[in-house]
Design a protein around this ligand. Structure first.
Ligand code: THU
Length: 128
């Protein structure tokens, strides 16, 4: 799948974001190595710390469906280019340090950066 298409999916799904507090809609579209796409949005909570970002929503959906291998994630927001927060960077690093992270204000101005550039020397426990 083309990264432009993946970004468009993120941009469309952001309309489903539950954002009564920040009003900042974020959509993510996560591409698995076997070519499937899992989308996600940010879901806020009255107890602010309970908020989950769009990127982690997409990952949690994919992982709970048995997916473990990912090639790219596109992120779109209602407020221009949005880069993943620190928690999301670490969360995604667990599964795929080489993930392509696609961001931009629209599909004609995309940036693609590997996750391990956005998060150098991320933390990982040794895998058994
Ligand atoms: N947010 C995301 O969903 N992804 C990001 O990468 C940055 C922040 C959300 C969390 C919160 O609902 C809103 O954007 C404002 O921080």
């Amino acid at each position: 799948m083309e990264y432009k298409e993946l970004f468009k999916m993120a941009d469309q799904v952001k309309e489903n974001a539950y954002v009564p507090f920040s009003k900042f809609q974020v959509g993510a579209a996560l591409l698995t190595k076997d070519g499937q796409v899992y989308t996600g949005v940010n879901v806020e909570n009255s107890s602010y710390g309970g908020t989950i970002c769009a990127e982690r929503t997409a990952f949690v959906k994919a992982i709970s469906e048995g997916k473990r291998q990912f090639s790219a994630i596109a992120i779109a927001s209602s407020g221009g280019e949005a880069l993943p927060c620190g928690i999301c960077r670490q969360f995604m690093y667990e599964f795929c340090p080489e993930l392509d992270v696609i961001t931009g204000k629209d599909e004609n101005s995309l940036r693609v950066q590997p996750l391990n550039v956005l998060l150098p020397e991320g933390f990982r426990l040794e895998k058994e």
